[in-house]
Ligand binder design. Structure first.
Ligand SMILES: O=P(O)(O)OP(=O)(O)OP(=O)(O)OC[C@H]1O[C@@H](n2cnc3c(O)ncnc32)[C@H](O)[C@@H]1O
Ligand SMILES: [Mg+2]
Length: 202
């Protein structure tokens, strides 16, 4: 396991919600954080069929392009009654010719569950794989998962993506209703981040 010894890190993501959350998680460590957009990086194509594969593509692309260690996040929601969909295609379900529409993606998720007559609880999990890659090609991977259920209608204006329809186990509020600090304390991203800290930060 390689330690992170530098003082600069590129966040290899173009998602503002992720950037906000990962920046908050990194805040206590005194690292200068920049984003893929700050470096004018394109978005690499996510051609793999696993979270780990796509996380690697994004982190290595940014590390090579900037010469700095890069941290990527590949994540998504997997709904049991939909055989794990949308999974690695979570962002793709929101794509429209005019950009991403997450209300549409959440409606699609709910409509498919209704068509299946899936009885409650409609169990689901958010998954996150973080990849820390160095410009020399070395990388480390960390995974996090939070289980819960899909609910309808959408609730809450915090967070991003599918947060308004996901209630984690042990809570009544959706991720969209929760105080951001509460989500940061227990989300799939927070679980993966805690492993990264334990292994790579002193
Ligand atoms: O690839 P980057 O640039 O990091 O940004 P992205 O939005 O395309 O990210 P992914 O390819 O990993 O797609 C994952 C999608 O899963 C959703 N997602 C991931 N984590 C989430 C969270 O904490 N809350 C709500 N939705 C989440 C969100 O809609 C993302 O667009
Ligand atoms: Mg993406």
């Amino acid at each position: 396991m390689r330690k992170f010894t530098g003082d600069q890190l590129v966040l290899a993501s173009h998602n503002k919600g992720k950037l906000r959350e990962i920046s908050a998680l990194l805040a206590p460590f005194g690292i200068t954080v920049s984003s893929a957009a700050d470096h004018g990086l394109e978005e690499p194509e996510e051609t793999e069929d696993s979270f780990a594969g796509n996380a690697r593509i994004k982190a290595h692309f940014a590390a090579k392009a900037t010469g700095l260690p890069a941290l990527s996040d590949d994540s998504g929601i997997s709904v049991d009654a939909l055989d794990g969909a949308p999974g690695v295609y979570t962002a793709d379900w929101a794509e429209t010719p005019n950009g991403r529409d997450f209300n549409m993606a959440m409606e699609k998720t709910w409509t498919l569950l209704e068509e299946k007559n899936a009885p409650p609880p409609r169990t689901a999990a958010f998954n996150c794989t973080l990849c820390l890659a160095w410009p020399d090609g070395h990388d480390e991977l960390f995974v996090g998962k939070v289980e819960g259920q899909v609910v309808w209608p959408m609730r809450g204006a915090h967070g991003f993506g599918y947060d308004p329809i996901f209630v984690p186990n042990g809570f009544d509020e959706t991720f969209g209703e929760m105080d951001p600090a509460q989500k940061h304390a227990m989300s799939h991203r927070a679980v993966a981040f805690a492993k990264l800290v334990a292994d790579c930060f002193d």
